[in-house]
Design a protein around this ligand. Sequence first.
Ligand SMILES: [Zn+2]
Ligand SMILES: [Zn+2]
Length: 224
Amino acid sequence: MKWQEYQEAVGQLYDQMDGLGTVRKNITIPDRVTGQPRQVDVWWEIKLENHTFKILIDAKKRKGKIDVKDVEEIMMLAQSVNADKAIIVTNNEWTIPAEIRAKFDGLDLRILTIDEATDLVVEDKWLMCKICRKDCVVLDQSGFTTKNGLLNWWLGGKCRNCDSIYINCQDCGGKGIVNEETEYICNCPILWTSANGVLMILEYDPNNPQEYENPNQTKIDYDK
Ligand SMILES: [Zn+2]
Ligand SMILES: [Zn+2]
């Protein structure tokens, strides 16, 4: 990807994010300890119930892989400005230690490729319902929920024919289908269920696993 294409893709991503909240670019935020201004490239705020989630986004165009140092740098910045979540968007790959470091910290940090990041907010994703095969499902719903105080972000859609709900958990990349007979547990893990066609999101306790009569219940994957 050329520099200009990358810039355009990132710009498009920010426009889409703006539809889900407020995106501000190149701002300074006072450091929570020293009060000194800290430079932030992109600051995304989303109102959820009575709390505003603040997400720090850093777009990195790299020839090499994102490494631990990059991750730590963003984590420090995110902590200094009281971000709830940090996202690194990159054109390149990242090292395994970088990924482990990002997951280990209490701060919720994700590293995404431009394509993955764009996928998060893209509208009008259509697919044929795999349950009834009678209607198209559009992944036009998105929402935010909290999991252990961390922000979780999902996309979903419902089949108008059979009421099956398609879930795309953005935090773990898990995809599943839920309906009256079927629950879905993503890798977060979050338990997704449906009651009368309405999506329910529950924290899943891995220490207290449930027994399922139908082995497919916890895992019906769908393709993009
Ligand atoms: Zn259906
Ligand atoms: Zn998940």
